[in-house]
Design a protein around this ligand. Structure first.
Ligand SMILES: C[S@@+](CC[C@H](N)C(=O)[O-])C[C@H]1O[C@@H](n2cnc3c(N)ncnc32)[C@H](O)[C@@H]1O
Length: 256
């Protein structure tokens, strides 16, 4: 639909996100490595089901589908504007994109019945408040097959201690500085330009009518890694741990 324009915006999105997650590409690869290990171990599904939660423009979804071409890869997001760009990113593939709010009942039914093989996410679930996140974890625990994984790459608090929170942020900021990504376009400025781009007007109008327009600029939930791990166990996961980290940017894995 938007062709070259969309590709420019997709690239600009990835560049902007690296300001906040300077090792974003490595982090994506870690997510893929974990899913690959889980699929190798299960060895059975002819067409494994992989779900990207809060897929946005499809950065992780497309990388996942390229890594696992046999899989049924599904991206779920509630933002019509970012999904509009994702549609361009997945053109010519069999990736499915679903416009659903992860806090609304029934979103998982639109994806597929159980069993799912893996659910992944990147820089998305910190927008869900603790009750919403607990409900999401319960849904995932009910859908994932035994041994299936939930892999969540996100910025999260390492602990409740303000000094430790600041140290973790500092480590990530220094990494962004060393990799030359600290000066990248900032989140707020990106959105300001994006929302006023004339070529995106139909998608922008769809976004303005959507409840997500009022959700995504809330405060992050502020949950620590320990709190999220506890919620995952309560939801029915057998275990959860951080397996990759740079300051407050980390990959948390939960095994069903
Ligand atoms: C920072 S973006 C990350 C997008 C993508 N995963 C990436 O790494 O580039 C956060 C995404 O979470 C989505 N999101 C936030 N709350 C959501 C909800 N309740 N339901 C569905 N998607 C949600 C937003 O629409 C946005 O696309």
């Amino acid at each position: 639909m938007l062709g070259e324009t969309a590709r420019t915006w997709l690239h600009r999105w990835d560049e902007q996100q690296e300001r906040y997650s300077p090792d974003r590409e490595e982090r994506f690869q870690v997510v893929i490595d974990i899913v690959g290990r889980s699929l190798d171990r299960s060895g059975t599904a002819a067409r494994p089901l992989l779900v990207d939660l809060g897929c946005g423009t499809g950065s992780l979804t497309t990388r996942l589908a390229r890594a696992f071409p046999r899989a049924d890869t599904v991206g779920v997001d509630a933002d019509p504007l970012l999904l509009g760009l994702a549609e361009e990113a997945v053109a010519g593939t069999d990736i499915r994109l679903l416009a659903r709010d992860l806090t609304a009942p029934g979103w998982a039914d639109a994806v597929a019945p159980a069993p799912w093989d893996a659910a992944v996410s990147s820089t998305a679930l910190h927008w869900l408040d603790p009750g919403e996140l607990a409900a999401l974890y319960r849904t995932l625990a009910a859908r994932l097959r035994p041994g299936g994984v939930f892999v969540d790459a996100d910025n999260r608090r390492p602990a409740d201690d303000p000094e430790l929170i600041d140290i973790a942020r500092h480590v990530r900021a220094r990494r962004a500085h060393r990799t030359g990504r600290q000066g990248r376009e900032a989140w707020a400025g990106w959105w300001k330009t994006f929302l006023s781009a004339p070529e995106l007007a139909p998608l922008t109008e769809a976004r303005a009518r959507s409840p997500i327009a009022h959700r995504t600029f809330r405060q992050p939930n502020g949950l620590t890694t320990a709190a999220q791990t506890a919620l995952l166990r309560e939801a029915g996961f057998s275990g959860a741990a951080t397996v990759w980290q740079c300051g407050d940017d980390s990959v948390l894995v939960a095994v069903r």
